[in-house]
Design a binder for this molecule. Structure first.
Ligand SMILES: *[C@@H]1O[C@H](CO)[C@@H](O)[C@H](O)[C@H]1NC(C)=O
Ligand SMILES: *[C@@H]1O[C@H](CO)[C@@H](O)[C@H](O)[C@H]1NC(C)=O
Ligand SMILES: *[C@@H]1O[C@H](CO)[C@@H](O)[C@H](O)[C@H]1NC(C)=O
Ligand SMILES: *[C@@H]1O[C@H](CO)[C@@H](O)[C@H](O)[C@H]1NC(C)=O
Ligand SMILES: *[C@@H]1O[C@H](CO)[C@@H](O)[C@H](O)[C@H]1NC(C)=O
Length: 389
């Protein structure tokens, strides 16, 4: 019994002598064999006692370490809820899109949070590089640190120069080149959403560009968004070549002509829709194949159509982004100092008419584009008059 244990416990050393011994057992006399056996038992016994001693001593030395490791991983790992609630400490990670989207699609199935959760608005800046209006946004954000988070997607090699005191400092996410009109633009938006979804406190997601400004103070915007029953994304059914004319019959039956929607890319959506957008593969492949410039522009149709098919009851079907199309042409007007006067903020912005939670309201827009970078000083100087900030 003991010899078996012995040969097992030192398998590699024991195997060869054992086989050799077996081979020679018929040749050697019985006495010699007994001697060998006795010797073997002795060695095995010696080995076992050494092993036991070593084990005991190692165990007694080592034993405090596993418990230290345990308490350590308790704080950082899954044994404590904090590890799941805390936002990732750094925004830069090494996940590629498939990995990131998969990770971002995780979500709780129990609606009630077993801890105090302060829902935040994720402001997602889709830019090429610089954010010339950042000082105005900084003023806008100031004092509301618990209620927002910022994510910036820019050209991959762009290196921002924000001061540590800025809300934009260190908020760059791993980015890739995005081209207007194509699916790569939707990918960039999904990348922003996915990164923002990793912070479980983010409840609403607002997409803006470097040429956008807020039109009200933070409190007003936060209240408007958080108390809305619907998500603000433009989704309308438009006849003619720029609407239904861009639909491709190959998308049926997943996407029929009657489902086809159009809207500008600047949206505000809730967490449920954000997760839908990140996890979608069905409609994504249809648009990737059949909605390509210049017969179709994915950034104007993919999300409005997909969300209309997925969750129509959650859509306000209008955007919060004010754009000046009054001057005609394919591009909206750029707003300068002379346009951004008090009357603009009161009458133009505050004098609309639209539905909010199924009630008529005058306040339809919370953001505007495109604002000239040169208007920054003018806006900063008059910010209390214009925005109440
Ligand atoms: C991400 O990495 C995984 C594993 O290397 C790979 O299978 C997948 O195709 C990659 N996805 C993208 C979008 O590059
Ligand atoms: C925000 O603006 C509203 C009016 O639009 C004003 O009543 C309110 O006091 C402002 N809030 C802050 C915190 O400045
Ligand atoms: C599209 O139309 C076909 C045929 O009428 C129907 O079977 C299919 O369910 C429709 N698809 C959607 C998404 O409604
Ligand atoms: C938005 O449009 C969808 C259909 O496309 C509709 O079901 C939904 O009720 C509309 N939302 C509102 C707030 O009217
Ligand atoms: C903006 O502020 C400047 C400096 O305080 C002032 O001269 C100018 O009249 C203001 N503009 C508007 C449109 O109120």
């Amino acid at each position: 019994m003991q010899s078996r244990v012995g040969s097992f416990s030192s398998l590699e050393e024991g195997q060869v002598p054992h086989r050799i011994m077996h081979q020679y057992s018929k040749i050697f006399p019985l006495r010699l064999l007994l001697l060998f056996l006795l010797l073997g038992v002795g060695i095995v016994f010696l080995y076992i006692s050494m092993y036991t001693y070593r084990f005991v001593s190692i165990h007694s030395v080592v034993s405090p370490t596993p418990s230290r490791i345990q308490t350590h991983s308790c704080v950082e790992g899954s044994k404590n809820l904090e590890g799941w609630i805390k936002p990732p400490s750094a925004l830069l990670h090494e996940m590629n899109d498939s990995e990131l989207f998969w990770r971002a699609s995780f979500g709780p199935l129990i609606e009630k949070y077993p801890f105090k959760r302060t829902p935040k608005i994720a402001f997602m800046f889709l830019t090429r590089g610089p954010l010339p209006l950042a000082p105005l946004w900084d003023k806008f954000f100031k004092g509301n640190e618990k209620l927002y988070s910022i994510y910036i997607h820019s050209l991959p090699l762009y290196e921002p120069e924000f001061q540590p005191s800025s809300a934009f400092y260190g908020r760059q996410i791993p980015s890739q080149v995005a081209e207007w009109g194509g699916m790569s633009m939707c990918d960039a938006e999904r990348r922003l959403l996915a990164n923002a979804l990793l912070d479980i406190s983010n409840e609403w997601f607002v997409l803006v560009s470097e040429a956008c400004i807020p039109l009200r103070n933070f409190t007003t915007i936060y209240t408007y968004i958080s108390e809305s029953r619907f998500s603000f994304i433009g989704a309308f059914d438009e006849d003619g070549p720029y609407g239904r004319g861009r639909y491709n019959g190959h998308m049926a039956p997943e996407v029929n002509l009657s489902d086809w929607r159009k809207g500008s890319q600047w949206f505000e959506i809730g967490r449920k829709l954000a997760t839908d957008m990140v996890q979608d593969t069905l409609y994504y492949s249809k648009f990737d194949q059949f909605c390509r410039p210049h017969s179709c522009y994915a950034d104007e149709h993919y999300f409005p159509t997909m969300l209309t098919l997925h969750s129509p009851h959650l859509l306000a079907n209008r955007t919060l982004m004010w754009v000046d199309w009054s001057r005609g042409g394919p591009h909206p007007a750029t707003l300068g100092e002379n346009d951004l006067i008090e009357r603009f903020f009161t009458e133009t912005i505050g004098g609309g008419s639209c539905m909010y939670n199924n009630q008529p309201t005058n306040l339809c827009f919370l953001f505007a584009r495109k604002v000239a970078a040169a208007a920054l000083d003018h806006l900063l100087e008059n910010s209390s008059k214009f925005f109440g900030i």
